[in-house]
Design a protein around this ligand. Structure first.
Ligand code: ADP
Ligand code: MG
Length: 249
């Protein structure tokens, strides 16, 4: 197991009252797998990623990466926040380069790596553009690229396509699958979109309402590479119904 958490719990004080966000969560991810975390809004998905990334500390429980206890320490995984806006005063290239800067590459290596990957992401000719000059899809690709260039093999992605229109979103999903296929990262992907979870994942973890507990961990049996027609198939409808039911109980 690459990434595992055991017995994770977290509460916050809200108006002087303790609000339990989730309790006793256990999960483990196989190396190289694509796992989605799905749950109602406010169920603690972003909080969960914050805990795994180490930018917040759990009340109880541990986070392990390749067997090492990384609870409360940051920098071990790549993390794309729910609102991962590119810095508006930096060009796309300067934004993306941040991932390399954090790894302490020298100038030339950074420049080479950055342009190689901008090209791979179909963004090379937009390197000098500022975020406001780019489309929503390009900005998200830029933010994801920055996360990848941070160089960690485990990626936490928090609703990366949430703000995109349906068509762009679909394009980005297939594009992410091709990147994942090539990079072999382990991905924990937060979404509240059932179809997106099915299309992308090996496994789907379903969270309940607050205080969130794991309702079900579901395997997604469809072979890869997954074709666009999959969305229209009968099997997917069955799975969608099941997930819909789980999310609304
Ligand atoms: N820093 C914080 N202080 C207090 N409450 C918080 C904090 N972060 C999150 N919460 C609360 O925890 C709950 C879960 O939030 P969040 O993890 O953002 O849910 P989701 O991502 O599933 O929509 C929400 O009710 C939110 O108000
Ligand atoms: Mg969230």
């Amino acid at each position: 197991m690459t990434l595992s958490v055991s017995n994770l719990s977290k509460s916050y004080l809200e108006n002087n009252q303790e609000v339990e966000v989730f309790r006793n969560i256990d999960i483990s991810l196989e190396k190289g797998s694509f796992v989605s975390l799905i749950g109602p809004s406010g169920s603690g998905k972003s909080t969960f990623l914050n805990l795994i990334s180490g930018i917040e500390c759990p009340d109880t429980g541990k986070v392990y990466l390749n067997g090492k206890d990384i609870t409360g320490t940051s920098g071990n995984v790549g993390y794309m926040f729910q609102k991962d806006l590119l810095l508006p005063w930096r060009t796309l290239e300067q934004n993306v380069r941040l991932g390399c800067d954090l790894r302490g590459f020298d100038k030339k290596t950074t420049a080479d790596e950055t342009s190689k990957w901008l090209e791979r992401f179909g963004l090379l000719e937009f390197g000098d553009y500022y975020p406001h000059q780019l489309s929503g899809g390009m900005r998200q690709r830029g933010a994801l690229l920055r996360t990848i260039l941070f160089g960690q093999s485990t990626l936490l992605l928090d609703e990366p396509f949430g703000a995109l229109d349906a068509l762009t979103r679909r394009e980005m999903q297939y594009w992410l699958l091709s990147i994942w296929n090539e990079m072999q990262n382990t991905v924990l992907f937060v979404t509240h979109d059932i179809e997106e979870a099915i299309l992308l994942s090996d496994q789907i973890i379903v969270l309940s309402k607050r205080p969130a507990e794991i309702v079900e961990i579901m395997d997604v049996p469809f072979p890869r590479p997954r074709k666009p027609e999959l969305i229209l198939s009968h099997e997917i409808l069955e799975l969608k119904k099941k997930l819909f039911h789980l999310l609304n109980t």
